[in-house]
Design a protein around this ligand. Sequence first.
Ligand code: AP5
Length: 234
Amino acid sequence: MKSAITHHKTMYIFFGAPGAGKGTLAQLCVEKLGWKQLSTGELCRYHSLHHTEIGKQIDFLIKSGKLVSDSLITSMVEDWLLRNSKGNQEIILDGFPRTAEQAQMLDELLKKDAFSSFKLVIVSMAVPNAVVLQRLTHRWVCSNPACQAIYSLPNEGQTIPSNALRCPHCSKELIRRQDDQNMAVIEERLKTFNHHAQALMNYYKSTGCTFYELDATKPVIEVFEQLMAKLKER
Ligand code: AP5
């Protein structure tokens, strides 16, 4: 006989502009809380770097700051979830959904038996455009695909030869993301974000989802503490 008890796991949607700090906060949650993170941006960059069939389709889009199609990105998310969501860990979706259409597709996915134990929580990270521009132009990331740690190097990055910059975790070279190196691409990403953000939030408000709003202009550890405080309130 089937047990009547349903065990709910939470799927946290980290939502915010490029550079809001979604990946940074997700890394802290992975380290400190043992959650699992899917960054759809990292997944896209992996395919692009390894010239997979998907990579060939999306390479131009991610380099120019445009969105990958809703159906392709959702099928990539489903594939990742099938392989990674079986344990008891909470899941972070970092950068997905970003359109109301993707949110609807995710809702359809969550109706499937494999994912029916998940409950959604939206973690919205607010940060003004000026802060985003400053952060993206100072971001360095670890080139090791298994590490991908994120750093901010306001002074050092400008003065030290780039091949001398090493990741403190794994010693691999630190690099700048291609889509951070061109102001027109950064502006395109921001424009795309602003174009879809309201409709996406309206969709989630209409579904009655739980919302946590964080002030992402604060130092990283304080943003993490804001999230912990929201979890305690639940
Ligand atoms: P993606 O990689 O997700 O890029 P993004 O959305 O532009 O977001 P970022 O990774 O730039 O920002 P973040 O919020 O994670 O900031 P971070 O923590 O690194 O997507 C790339 C591309 O993939 C898209 O353009 C698109 O083509 C495609 N794609 C991905 N998902 C898709 C989807 N769902 N649909 C369609 N296409 C999709 O922090 C930034 C910097 O700030 C770092 O240097 C960090 O050290 C610093 N920092 C972070 N927090 C703080 C803080 N609190 N105080 C001070 N500094 C901070």
